[in-house]
Design a binder for this molecule. Structure first.
Ligand code: AMP
Ligand code: MG
Length: 526
């Protein structure tokens, strides 16, 4: 990944130094060394509490050009100037409104960027040609010391290749910028994980151009009403976003990312269904799940992004997870949806951008799932029911079902009938270790297809549970009735092994028909 720089006709490779630095015991010499690089027009990546920044001297037009080149960033996308001392603000802006002073007192150092009219010392190279300048005072002590060592004004966009997820770890910076910058200060993982909130102070009321860890509510507590640029959530797509950087596809993993919309339960069922269908085609999808939902997924490459109870953990992990998917063999990633309040609006803003605003309606997928469970019901649950369930589990179904069997007269658990097991074995299947279970009222619900082996079993369920509250009787069929076949399944109990063999064959025929019917429900591509 070394980049050749042509200088005086000689090809020179830029070597990127990477130096560990401990924010609790900062190596002053290293800071001075990095400060000199910046003063001389070089590039140093450093940790801030939001993401890693790619530092350059903000007052040096040439340094700004290098920054754009290293990132591969369009040069109309302005840089944020980082300061370490509030007194330094006056030098680079025309005037500081009273509200900005209140906000600075409350949130600086911290993840808030404010936009002002620029003063003449700020080059257009830094502001992307704009008359305004974005300023922030970061909180990380490494960043603060470095800014002072560099002379007080450090422009620092995120230290990633333009378009990729922002770096939350020095390793991410190395992967993107090795050979293109002079030094990386490795301060470990960042605290917040999402870029700063950007607030435009040149309009009344001030306007949020990019959501971040300092939320709309937090700002309003200090200065009253603020407005929000409508385009940041992709709502008002006709007008371009006011922070030029927000118009680019951003934060994107290599795979196609899609956000699955709906209530959480539907999201989970839809993502499960997609992952299951792709796995039938021999492919794996990526899944962005949470602490609370991760256990519901079985197929695909599943990543836990953090806890819905503590959304800060989601913010912190988002970019790392998006980058990790680049190492996996997935061409599609499906993400659950997060609430858009508090820091959630910053999370969803980044996720939407990473997804290029592509969303899938969970309901469109879930509505095709007429049933989610299939339960075969017999008397004792020791022969026909378990055989039917086991055969169905081997079939190629387009939907993932929980398949089970239950009995109507199961007083205590019994193993599978020995002759049934012998027939299973001769068909390369087994029910060894299976023990019978009784049907319980909650099995009769709208999600579950109940398939009895015989008419009298169906009748018994209908009469036993008639007029009982909370019991759903509409999904009860006999197996042959459901598949529209006359084939009956008499109980082989007490008869020779051949009768069990015949019973197995009949069940197999009916199950094949069942598969065709079940698969017709989920017809059509996801
Ligand atoms: P990054 O440095 O990667 O965090 O991106 C900086 C963001 O701040 C980009 O979205 C820029 O468009 C935005 N920004 C910087 N300066 C200005 C400005 N003067 N006016 C509006 N947006 C700005
Ligand atoms: Mg960026």
């Amino acid at each position: 990944m070394l980049r050749a720089n042509r200088k005086n006709g000689i090809i020179k490779f830029m070597e990127t130094k990477i130096n560990k630095i401990d924010r609790n015991q900062i190596d002053e010499e290293l800071i001075q060394e990095a400060g000199v690089i910046l003063k001389e027009g070089g590039l140093v990546a450093f940790p801030t509490e939001t993401v890693y920044g790619l530092g350059a001297n903000a007052l040096d037009e040439e340094a700004a050009k290098k920054t754009y080149a290293a990132k591969g960033r369009p040069s109309d996308n302005p840089l944020i100037v980082h300061i370490a001392d509030l007194e330094d603000l006056d030098e680079i802006v025309e005037s500081v409104p009273q509200e900005a002073i209140l906000l600075a007192q409350q949130f600086w150092p911290g993840p808030l960027t404010m936009i002002f009219q620029k003063s003449s010392i700020v080059p257009y190279g830094t502001t992307g040609g704009l008359e305004t300048v974005a300023v922030r005072m970061p909180k990380d002590p490494i960043a603060l010391k470095l800014i002072l060592a560099a002379g007080g004004y450090v422009s620092a966009p995120s230290a990633n290749t333009s378009g990729r997820p922002s770096p939350t770890d020095a390793k991410h910076v190395w992967n993107d910028l090795n050979g293109k910058i002079d030094m990386i200060l490795d301060g470990g993982n960042v605290e917040i994980g999402l870029e700063s909130t950007i607030l435009d102070m040149t309009v009344t009321p001030p306007m949020i151009l990019r959501p971040g860890a300092i939320t709309e509510e937090m700002l309003e507590e200090v200065i009253g009403t603020v407005s929000v640029d409508k385009s940041i959530m992709g709502e008002d797509t006709n007008s371009p976003p006011k922070a030029p950087g927000m118009k680019y596809r951003h934060y994107a993993p290599k795979a196609n990312l899609m956000i699955v919309e709906g209530d959480l339960k539907e999201q989970i069922f839809a993502i499960r269904q997609i992952a299951y269908e792709r796995s039938r085609e021999g492919k794996q999808v990526g899944i962005i799940a949470t602490e609370e939902t991760v256990g519901f997924y079985t197929k695909g490459i599943i990543k836990n992004i953090g806890s819905r109870e503590n959304e800060k953990t989601i913010a912190r992990n988002l970019y790392r997870v998006l980058r990790e998917f680049d190492e996996e063999d997935v061409s599609e990633i499906y993400s659950e949806l997060f609430a858009v309040s508090g820091i959630g609006s910053a999370i969803m803003n980044r996720l939407e951008k990473a997804a290029g605003h592509s969303r899938i309606l969970a309901h469109d997928i879930v509505k095709k799932q007429r049933y989610r469970r299939i339960v075969f019901v017999s008397d004792s649950d020791t022969c026909r029911g378990p055989i039917a369930a086991q055969i169905l589990k081997q079939k190629d179904l387009r939907q993932e079902y929980w398949i089970d069997s239950k009995g109507l007269v199961v007083l205590f658990s019994e193993p599978i009938n020995q002759k049934a097991e012998a027939v299973m074995k001769s068909n390369q299947l087994s029910l060894e270790g299976y023990t019978s279970k009784p049907l319980v009222p909650k099995d009769l619900n709208p999600d579950t297809l109940i398939l009895a082996m015989e008419q009298n079993q169906k009748d018994k369920m209908l009469s036993e549970y008639a007029n009982q509250d909370g019991i759903y009787l509409e999904n009860i069929y006999t197996l042959n009735e459901f598949v529209n076949d006359d084939l009956v399944l008499p109980d082989p109990y007490g008869q020779p092994l051949t009768a069990y063999g015949e019973c197995y064959e009949k069940i197999n025929i009916l199950i094949d028909k069942l598969v065709t019917i079940l698969n017709s429900f989920t017809e059509g591509e996801v």
